[in-house]
Design a protein around this ligand. Structure first.
Ligand code: TRP
Length: 326
């Protein structure tokens, strides 16, 4: 039986952080043997948050290096830039006729972004963000979309649009389903619910151990635990949330130690930093290899774009045929 297809993507905002890893990338890597995998660099979507395109290419390359360094195998995954396959734009236009403005205004992700980024006036492209994302998924007939929790409302919109198209013109698209990782969200270093580059509260995949330590040192913990000996509440501590993910074996001990006061925040943080850095060490090594072999990165991208173009063209043929636009 043919393997099911995975399609996912990220906006190229530069180097990735451990929130990206935990929310999506780790999941992509774990799934890569069992599916046909498509991963796109959403370099149109990124224009919703910055109009400055000076760094768009470099950021895309940086992100691709992170994907590969973290363990995405180019033999098993097609990786490509959205902007290089023009069918995304055409399918986006067609799909934009199949959803109401009202439905898009109800998108909770839009509301979150408007709040987080202090956006005063919403651009049309921002409203249509999930429609473009739907085109990304449907163009490759993605069955599953492994993403972080914040993207689930988008995938719901994609399902509705796919259904609408299939009902209107005949069945072309599967209704994609989100596939969440166990840890869909990692809190930021400042205690914000979300680690996010725009909030400046991240640990990058490329952060050396000294940097990880320094960042954790400054991170906020339970404000009532001021010194070792004080009792703390791990449930409200972001360091404890990181331990859960990166140090599951010691969770009970840390929980008890924090509550009783035997464990001080400094030691707890340094332990956590070392666990995070053991995860990052091989990623940092591989990153160095790829940084020294940039032509290889460009080949991987060119190969992905060539193959993606063919698959996208075949889907568009079907779309044109069903819509009598042939
Ligand atoms: N919106 C996604 C994010 O910001 C990026 C994205 C673009 C995407 N196209 C996609 C994710 C298609 C999944 C499928 O993380």
């Amino acid at each position: 039986m043919a393997k099911k297809r995975i399609l996912s993507g990220m906006r190229p905002t530069g180097k990735l952080h451990i929130g990206h890893y935990v929310g999506a990338l780790e999941n992509w890597i774990n799934l890569q043997d069992d599916y046909d995998n498509f991963h796109l660099i959403a370099d149109y979507h990124v224009l919703t948050t910055t109009l400055n395109t000076d760094d768009i290419y470099n950021n895309s390359i940086e992100m691709l290096i992170d994907w590969l360094s973290a363990g995405l195998d180019p033999q098993k995954n097609l990786m490509f830039r959205q902007s290089q396959i023009k069918d995304h734009a055409e399918l986006h236009l067609i799909l934009s006729m199949l959803i109401t403005v009202n439905r898009l205004e109800r998108n909770p992700t839009l509301k979150d972004q408007v709040r987080d980024l202090n956006i005063e006036h919403i651009i049309y492209g921002h409203l249509g963000y999930p429609v473009l994302q739907t085109a990304d998924i449907l163009l490759y007939k993605g069955d599953l979309v492994p993403v972080g929790e914040d993207q689930v409302p988008h995938v719901e919109i994609s399902r509705e649009i796919a259904r609408k198209f299939n009902n209107q013109y005949g069945v072309v698209f599967p209704e994609p389903e989100p596939k969440l990782s166990k840890f869909a969200r990692l809190p930021g270093l400042d205690g914000d619910a979300k680690m996010s580059k725009s909030l400046g509260n991240t640990i990058f995949l490329s952060d050396e151990p000294e940097i990880v330590k320094a960042k954790l040192k400054k991170a906020v913990t339970d404000p009532n635990k001021i010194r070792k000996g004080d009792s703390g509440n791990p449930d409200i501590c972001l360091i404890f949330a990181y331990h859960k993910k990166f140090n599951p074996g010691e969770i009970e001990e840390i929980n008890a130690g924090c509550r009783s006061g035997v464990l001080g925040c400094f030691d707890c943080k340094m332990n956590c930093a070392s666990k995070i850095s053991s995860l990052l060490a091989p990623i940092i090594d591989k990153r160095q290899y790829y940084e020294n072999n940039l032509p290889l990165i460009k080949d991987i991208l060119a190969d992905g774009e060539l193959k993606a173009k063919k698959i996208a063209a075949a889907t568009m043929n079907e779309v044109h045929e069903k819509m009598n636009l042939g």
